[in-house]
Design a protein around this ligand. Structure first.
Ligand code: NDP
Length: 611
């Protein structure tokens, strides 16, 4: 049902500055019917969400302020104003000194003049003037202003009157440092504990949806693996016969999976590789991450090569594939339970915005804690990149060996080789650019619960390998023309994917980078800009487009006999379309009218001319 709201986007009204009785001219950027909050922008660029009761029309404001001015003029100078402080010390002095009143008036005036944006502009692509201006503004923030903001936040926390949370952003340079400093000053003055996060918008169909997902996903993957492995891989061969219990569980396999995890964890702790800072968290802190994924990959490859030299038969993974899957599933479930339990002791400001609804099942799935760590070991960052991604490459290799064995080949088939090489490139690229993961939604926004744990440890290594698994028992001949076509498709997809991701990362890191000066941008009220030319002007998510092209190049080598090897492609398109919708929502909230402008300039989301 559309909700009624008094003011429309673009309207200029008077907005109360949170925690004070001061009103400023603001422009309405939008209204959220769910939270009943208006997004408004002040003249200095500060963007906040305000309640209806804190907004008033210009005409009404002039009327009332006119009346109050005339009332205050008629007030006898000797009659003291009520002090805002209830401290006994101040009350006793209150009426004795008129100079105190005059000082208060001056402070109030200075506040009106000096109130500066607390959410600052971080970037400027075309020239550096606005950035400088903001630095000056920041320098002007007086203790009084900080105190005023502190009061505003305290009021916000206490009664939930305003939404003063920092808009999710924030990566760009110097200004962030300044913003952090302001926040630290503010924090030190704050006495109240942070307000608990409460997730209002439930995704994936809420409690029922995530419950069904948790139930169906593990079984769906089992069904996929059974189908991929049997001679008739057609979907019509459902319902499947359930395998014997011994083919689903093996303690030796479970031990190997545990050892693999420990080996990768040990590699991640080796003090090799640079240490970088992640994105600023909502509490103003930043976490440090050691970037050594690619080194770990090289060491793992050397270890596997040494094992092959020692005649270790890696096709063992293929013959025990279901048991590997169930072991990974069990470990993912146990890790999720551990994460949920430990989140009870997590500080309130370390919880994820999306996983704290108060509903057990939902929060277990989405993950309550944003960055669960055991000392410096970041569990989420580790799981996202290491065991699953490298496991994927290792499983593919085992499928290659299994194919040669099963089909009596002296060398792997071209189809199997292409699948192995293409996917190896994707994983190596991801590990090489490991640092970029720190700006992704998974790290910045999502909690670490069953969804990501299961995704990282079970879903990725056992479903992304489905093409290679399929090819072991379903050979597919490829002509030279097809090989050329697939290599070209992979090459173009990779180029778009890499270029788009690297360009955005470089731009967010340093928007004034002369190497990026050719890009056209749209400024936003948060200070960050949106790229509107080149790949980001072609579609709104060129990186998704490149990823999907690669997904197609990985599936086509399996031929057209069955749908099952296209599982990855279908999943990827579904995931990225859903992710795109999530991201659109967040960007609309973050950037308001600037995002609308971007959408008008770049109408297609992922597929040019189609979607
Ligand atoms: P993006 O890297 O596209 O990040 C989206 C963010 O980019 C937005 O929230 C916004 O954040 C910023 N942004 C959006 N438009 C612009 C613009 N025009 N100019 C500048 N900044 C913009 O999305 P993801 O994190 O979802 O994906 C990253 C990569 O990972 C993709 O290549 C994707 O294909 C891949 N991926 C692959 C998966 C798989 O299973 N194979 C799963 C998930 C992702 P802000 O403004 O705050 O910077």
């Amino acid at each position: 049902m559309p909700s009624y709201h008094r003011f429309q986007s673009g309207e200029t009204v008077m907005g109360r500055w949170p925690g004070s009785s001061l009103y400023y001219e603001v422009q309405v950027l939008g209204y959220d019917g769910k939270t009943h909050l208006y997004t408004v922008i002040y003249k200095d660029g500060t963007e906040l969400e305000l309640k209806d009761s804190d907004l008033t029309s210009l005409a009404l404001f002039r009327q009332t302020s006119g009346r109050s001015r005339s009332r205050s003029r008629s007030r006898s100078p000797g009659r003291p104003r009520r002090s805002r402080s209830r401290s006994p010390a101040r009350t006793s002095r209150r009426s004795s000194s008129r100079t105190t009143e005059v000082r208060k008036e001056r402070i109030k005036d200075s506040l009106e003049i000096r109130l500066t944006p607390l959410v600052m502009r971080h970037e400027n692509n075309s020239n550096s003037k606005p950035e400088k201006k903001e630095e000056n503004n920041t320098a002007k923030i007086t203790p009084t202003v900080v105190e005023e903001k502190k009061e505003a936040e305290a009021e916000n926390q206490g009664g939930g009157r305003y939404n003063l949370r920092r808009r999710k952003d924030q990566g760009d340079g110097k200004a962030v440092e300044l913003e952090k400093k302001t926040e630290i000053e503010t924090e030190s003055l704050t006495t109240k504990p942070p307000a608990p996060i409460k997730t209002a918008d439930l995704e994936f169909g809420g409690r029922v949806g995530v419950f069904l997902l948790m139930l169906l996903l593990p079984s769906a993957i089992l069904a996929l693996l059974l189908l991929c492995g049997q001679k008739d891989a057609s979907l019509q061969s459902f319902p499947l016969e359930l395998p014997a219990s011994e083919s689903l569980w093996d303690w030796e396999v479970f031990g190997i999976v545990l050892l693999w995890l420990l080996f990768q964890a040990a590699l991640s702790l080796i003090p090799v590789g640079k240490v970088v800072e992640g994105m600023p968290l909502s509490n103003g802190k930043t976490l440090k991450y050691r970037i050594n994924g690619f080194y770990a990959f090289v060491v793992t490859t050397a270890a596997v090569a040494a094992a092959v030299h020692q005649e270790v038969d890696f096709s063992y993974i293929h013959t025990h594939f279901l048991q590997f899957y169930t072991s990974a599933l069990l470990i993912a479930t146990v890790v999720s339970i551990y994460l949920f339990i430990r989140s009870r002791w997590a500080a309130k400001d370390e919880l994820a915005p999306g996983g704290n609804s108060g509903y057990f099942i939902y929060d277990f799935f989405m993950g309550r804690e944003l960055n669960p760590r055991i000392k410096s070991f970041d569990i989420k960052f580790f799981c996202e990149m290491r065991p699953g991604l490298m496991g994927w490459v290792l499983i593919n290799f085992s499928m290659l060996l299994a194919e040669m064995k099963q089909q009596n080949l002296e060398s792997p088939s071209p189809a199997m080789l292409l699948v192995n090489i293409f996917q190896l490139l994707w994983v190596a690229d991801g590990l090489w650019h490991e640092e970029k993961l720190l700006t992704m939604m998974d790290i910045v926004y999502d909690g670490f619960g069953f969804m990501l744990t299961f995704g990282d440890l079970a879903f990725v290594p056992f479903t992304f390998t489905c093409q290679a698994y399929y090819l072991v028992s379903h050979p597919n001949e490829l002509s030279v023309f097809w090989i050329g076509t697939l290599v070209t498709m992979q090459g173009i997809g990779y180029y778009i994917f890499r270029k788009a991701n690297s360009q955005k990362f470089a731009f967010r890191k340093n928007p004034s980078d002369p190497a990026l000066s050719y890009l056209k941008t749209i400024p936003t009220a948060t200070g960050k800009s949106l790229i509107v030319s080149g790949l980001w002007g072609f579609v709104r998510h060129p990186n998704y487009l490149g990823d999907i092209m690669m997904g197609l190049a990985w599936s086509l080598p399996c031929g057209f006999n069955h749908l099952i090897p296209y599982f990855y492609l279908i999943y990827l398109i579904t995931l990225l379309v859903h992710r795109n919708a999530r991201d659109q929502r967040q960007c609309r909230n973050k950037y308001g009218s600037a995002w609308e402008e971007y959408c008008k300039a770049v109408p297609y989301r992922i597929f040019p001319g189609i979607y």
